[in-house]
Design a protein around this ligand. Structure first.
Ligand SMILES: Cc1cc2nc3c(=O)[nH]c(=O)nc-3n(C[C@H](O)[C@H](O)[C@H](O)COP(=O)(O)OP(=O)(O)OC[C@H]3O[C@@H](n4cnc5c(N)ncnc54)[C@H](O)[C@@H]3O)c2cc1C
Length: 398
C-alpha cells in the first residue's frame, strides 16, 4: 500500500536524533507543521559516546529537557579529573551559564527524550521510514522526500523545506548535491565499551603520547570507557590482535594504565564499538528548499566529544532561520544564508581545536589545547544562555 501524504507540511526533517528531533521540537514549538522521519525506531542506540559539554547541557536546560535527562537516571556529574604525566587534578563543576553539572546519558535515552519532546510539541514523528531521495519542482527547488516504510511501501512527503539531519552519510546531502566546503585531514579513532561494578566518581580524562582515554559515568551504575588515538595506531593494534576487545585492552593499557588496572575489578557489559577513521568536514548548509543540520552538515573528530552540543546549537540556529523563512518567503535567502554564516562562525574555534587535538601533538601541547577547549566551551555556553528561547511561551504553558 502506498503511503502518499498529500498534505504539504511546513518542514520534513530526515533523522530524529539529537539534530533532527531538536530542530523538529523547536519548529513545532514555534507553531509550524513538522514531520520527522527516521529509518530507526526509538528507543535505539547509535555509535557514539555521550558526554554532553556545558554548552549542550545549557541547551537542554533552556529547552526544559534537563530534568527529563536527570530523571532518566543519568547521573549529575559534578567532578572532572584530568590525569597526565603521573599527575592528577580534580575539579568540581562550577555553576556557570545556569548549569552546575554535566551529564552523559545513553543515546537510546537522550534521543528518545528529544523525539518525545518533538512529538509533545506537535511534530509528527514517523519511525521506520527510510528516505531514498528528494522531490523537486519544475524549477529544481526541493519540495519533499521519497522513501519507503519497513514493509517496503512507498512513502512521499511534501514540504516547504526538507531538513537533512541524517548523519555523516546523509542521503539528503547526497540527493541535493550539497558541496563539501571544507575538508581537513581525517583524524583519529574513537573506541568504547561499557563497564560496571566499581564506583565512577565523575568524568575522568587520561592524556598520554598519541592517546586520550577516559570515563563517562552513565545510567545504571555503568560507565562508558573510551580511548581515542591516531587512526593509524588503532588500526595497527587491531591488525595484530585477535579481537576488538583485545585491541581495546591493549590501547587502554598503553593510554591509561591506572584505569586499565581499575577495570580489572569491573565487568564489561557491552561489545567494543567505535569508529577507526573519522573525517573532519563542513558541508554547504542550505539550498533552495533544503538545509542540513548536525553531522549531516558538519562532522568533527570525537576527540573533543562535542557533536551533540554542536547539533543542539545548530538545531536552534536553523529553527530560528526557518521560522523567519516560513513567516515570509521573501526572507528565505537572507534567513538561510544567515544560518550558514552563524553556524560556520560558531563552530570555528572548537573545529580548529578539534583538528589540532585529533593530530595528537606532544602531551604538553595537547594539554594546552584542552585548556583552550574548556575556555571556548564556557564562552559558547554563556552565549547560548543569553539567547531568547525559541517557542518559550509554548514551553511555559505546556
Ligand atoms: C565514537 C564516537 C564517539 C562520540 N562521542 C561523543 C561524545 O561523547 N559527545 C558528543 O557530544 N558527541 C560525540 N560524538 C558525536 C555524536 O555522536 C554526533 O555528533 C551526533 O550523533 C550527531 O547527531 P545527528 O542527529 O546529527 O546524527 P545521528 O546521531 O547520526 O542521527 C542520524 C539519524 O538519521 C537517521 N537516518 C540516516 N539516514 C536516513 C535515511 N535515509 N532515512 C531516514 N533516516 C535516516 C539514522 O537512522 C539516525 O537515527 C561521537 C561520535 C562517535 C562516532
Amino acid at each position: 500500500m502506498q503511503t502518499v501524504n498529500r498534505r504539504r507540511h511546513d518542514v520534513v526533517v530526515v533523522g530524529a536524533r539529537v539534530a533532527g528531533s531538536a530542530t523538529a521540537m523547536l519548529l513545532a514549538r514555534l507553531g509550524h507543521d513538522v514531520v520527522v522521519v527516521d529509518q530507526a525506531s526509538f528507543p535505539s542506540d547509535t555509535v557514539s559516546t555521550h558526554s554532553i559539554a556545558r554548552s549542550g547541557v545549557v541547551q537542554l536546560r533552556r529547552w526544559g529537557l534537563l530534568d527529563a535527562v536527570l530523571d532518566s537516571g543519568a547521573p549529575a556529574i559534578r567532578q572532572v579529573t584530568f590525569n597526565a604525566g603521573g599527575e592528577s587534578i580534580s575539579r568540581t563543576i562550577k555553576d556557570k551559564a545556569g548549569v552546575d553539572c554535566l551529564v552523559a546519558p545513553r543515546r537510546y535515552v537522550l534521543d528518545t527524550i528529544l523525539a518525545t519532546a518533538a512529538q509533545r510539541a506537535g511534530a509528527e514523528v514517523r519511525p521506520g521510514v527510510t528516505v531514498t531521495g528528494v522531490q523537486r519542482d519544475g524549477r529544481g527547488r526541493v519540495v519533499g522526500v521519497v522513501g519507503h516504510d519497513r514493509a517496503g511501501a512507498p512513502v512521499e512527503i511534501a514540504a516547504r523545506y526538507v531538513i537533512g539531519a541524517d548523519g555523516l552519510g546523509s542521503r539528503v546531502a547526497r540527493s541535493v548535491g550539497a558541496a563539501v566546503n571544507e575538508v581537513r585531514p581525517a583524524g583519529g579513532a574513537a573506541q568504547y565499551a561499557y563497564y560496571t561494578g566499581i564506583p565512577w566518581p565523575g568524568i575522568e580524562f587520561f592524556v598520554a603520547p598519541r592517546s586520550f582515554a577516559g570515563v563517562f559515568p552513565t545510567h545504571h551504575g555503568q560507565a562508558c570507557i573510551w580511548v581515542c588515538n591516531p587512526a593509524v595506531d588503532a588500526k595497527a593494534v587491531r591488525g595484530r590482535t585477535r579481537s576488538r576487545v583485545e585491541a581495546f585492552g591493549e590501547l587502554l593499557e598503553r593510554s591509561a594504565p591506572r584505569l586499565a588496572e581499575r577495570l580489572r575489578k569491573a565487568r564489561r557489559t557491552s561489545p567494543v564499538q567505535g569508529m577507526l577513521r573519522q573525517p573532519n568536514q563542513l558541508r554547504q548548509a542550505f539550498g533552495p528548499g533544503w538545509a542540513l543540520v548536525g553531522d549531516a552538515g558538519y562532522y568533527r573528530d570525537a576527540v573533543t566529544a562535542y557533536g551533540i552540543s554542536d547539533a543542539f546549537r545548530d538545531a536552534e540556529l536553523l529553527a530560528v532561520a526557518l521560522d523567519q523563512a516560513l513567516g515570509d518567503a521573501e526572507q528565505e535567502p537572507a534567513a538561510l544564508a544567515g544560518y550558514q554564516q552563524q553556524r560556520d562562525q560558531a563552530l570555528r574555534e572548537i573545529f580548529e581545536l578539534t583538528c589540532r587535538l585529533a593530530a595528537y601533538p606532544a602531551v604538553p601541547t595537547f594539554i594546552e589545547l584542552q585548556k583552550q577547549l574548556s575556555a571556548a566551551i564556557d564562552r559558547e555556553a554563556a552565549a547560548l544562555a543569553a539567547r531568547p528561547v525559541p517557542g518559550e511561551f509554548v514551553l511555559a504553558s505546556a
